[in-house]
Design a protein around this ligand. Structure first.
Ligand code: ATP
Ligand code: MG
Length: 250
């Protein structure tokens, strides 16, 4: 038990969620390592949402709300970290979820799908009725016919670089969350939210509520049209640079 006043409280609480996910058979052992890579970048960013990450989240939300056939791709990490936020976002927007795993097993897919349904996600696709994406060597080439395969906009947080590239090549709008602003995923996606996934999901839910209340298609289209992902990524490099600069002068 760690006190809420402990400086690493939130980071430790997220680790606990992942360890519990691992014990339930939801998160893979590789997923635990991937989380560590994310944590290192979060430390450099100051473990808070930057202005540019908030802007990217807003734009991702605009893409999801204006899509013809959007889908949210989840894996063992995202489901262990923020199941309530995923469920709330899906309830508000009516967007379906596809369980899509890098380390794929029917057992884990079924566990994750059951867990999501128990958390309140009604439309869960399992990808068990799948087709293979061209140009992806791993098991992640398999996507659901009704889900990612048919989608025009795919939200794929914590995605692998190869598949982000393959999805972009197929002409899909790729929205991602990745704390590593220099990963291939970050560089090839249409919109990269450089933020911790649970923080990003909370903000995404907030924007979805706000935009639905505003009901302005013009505003959503303007957000999409004026966004530049490489400029937004540069702001993340600058944020890390500034933080290290401050520390180096102390
Ligand atoms: P790529 O294949 O895109 O070049 P990679 O091999 O580092 O990058 P993967 O291991 O395939 O990426 O995916 C994990 C990515 O998710 C890492 O870049 C990591 O920084 C990021 N990540 C892990 N946990 C979180 C989290 N909680 N929030 C946001 N990003 C995270
Ligand atoms: Mg990778």
């Amino acid at each position: 038990m760690v006190s809420e006043r402990h400086p690493r409280y939130r980071s430790l609480a997220l680790r606990n969620k992942l360890v519990r996910g691992y014990e339930k058979g939801i998160t893979s052992a590789h997923g635990l390592i991937a989380h560590g890579r994310g944590e290192a970048f979060d430390y450099l960013l100051g473990e808070k949402t930057t202005e540019n990450a908030l802007e990217a989240t807003k734009v991702a939300c605009a893409y999801l709300l204006t899509a013809g056939h959007p889908v949210i791709s989840v894996n063992g990490n995202t489901v262990a970290l923020a199941p309530e936020e995923i469920a709330e976002f899906c309830t508000i927007t009516g967007i379906p979820v596809e369980v899509n795993l890098f380390h794929r097993s029917v057992e884990r897919i079924t566990k994750i799908a059951d867990y999501l349904r128990a958390c309140g996600v009604t439309d869960v696709m399992t990808g068990l009725d799948s087709v293979e994406l061209a140009g992806v060597a791993s098991e992640r080439a398999k996507v659901d016919k009704r889900g990612i395969f048919a989608a025009d906009v795919v939200f794929v947080p914590l995605e692998d670089g190869d598949r982000a590239q393959a999805l972009t090549r197929l002409g899909k709008v790729v929205l991602t969350v990745d704390l590593n602003p220099i990963s291939r995923t970050a560089l090839t996606s249409t919109v990269t939210i450089v933020d911790e996934f649970t923080r990003a999901m909370k903000n995404l839910v907030g924007f979805a509520k706000r935009f639905q209340a505003e009901n302005s298609q013009y505003r959503l289209h303007t957000l999409k049209a004026t966004f530049n992902n490489s400029e937004n990524l540069k702001a993340s490099y600058a944020a890390i640079q500034r933080r290290l600069q401050v520390l180096s002068l102390r």
